[in-house]
Design a protein around this ligand. Sequence first.
Ligand SMILES: [Zn+2]
Length: 333
Amino acid sequence: MGKPVLVGVDLGGTSFLTVVTNTKGKILSKKKCKTRVEEGAGIILERIADTVREAVSSADARLKNVRAMGIGVPGPLNPETGVLLHGPNLGPTWNNTPVAAYLSERLGCPVYLGNDVNVGAVGEQTLGAARGYKDVVTIFVGTGIGGGLILNGKLYRGTRYTAGEIGHTVLLADGPLCGCGRRGCAEALASRTAIEREIWAGIAAGRPSAIPAIMAEMGRQDMSSSVLAAALEQGDALTEEVMSKAQYYMGLLVASVVNLLDPEAVVLGGGLVERLGGDYVEPVREVAEQYYINQQERTKIHIVEAQLKDQAGALGAAIMARQSWERDHARKK
Ligand SMILES: [Zn+2]
């Protein structure tokens, strides 16, 4: 009998990361693979199962030592049945897929399904920037804006399991069009996609910008976080202006969260935050604090940068699996 281990998988549209950890979340092995969405759910799930077998063996463990596995997926799901309802970034072959049951049968261990952003919040709260805090809101800024809520130490999923859709908080009525089809959502004002759209609009209107030259130099087709960071380092006025507007809206979003929940910590994560660090977080905090209704003891609200980078989802999935396993185990007793 070897020591029990946990498995965590973070499934994204481009790649998936698999980690094997001890029961406290210390990484014993990890493996990153391409998702290749065009292959469809069946083949991808087989590849995930194969990768888990390899990662477990790299961790000097066996499948029978896996206490529980968690998988974070991008889309609405039912955590009780382990069914992914649909995954906009994964394609239609994933509609109503019993992901947990499928992997559990292949691997012979309990498998738990969670939303990728929610499990990222679990990761940051148990092992990352919000360790030691019980009431935590995590906001991830990338091509979209996603969120996760941990209340009293537990992931809060909501009545229909869709809590944390913070990116679709409307901050500007009749504002720019959002990916969800509505207007003026935080995601349409402060995501990297929104920043990119505003910078292109500025360039099209004749504003000078170093962005096209930086993209050419880096060989990038898109305005990645690195491109934006380089433009800010060069003091590109258009990028500075667009970025500070995005940070203003993010500050309003953080303030709304604080006024609603008065949490101990708000964790900001995602590619852009990772790349810019304090330069991203500080202006957001400044705006947010001005909009707190309760101005007493403002510093008790910790607005912090995420720590686990691209491992937050996989680590959080492993910890969520442990917590769910413990809950199921206690029920059976
Ligand atoms: Zn929206």
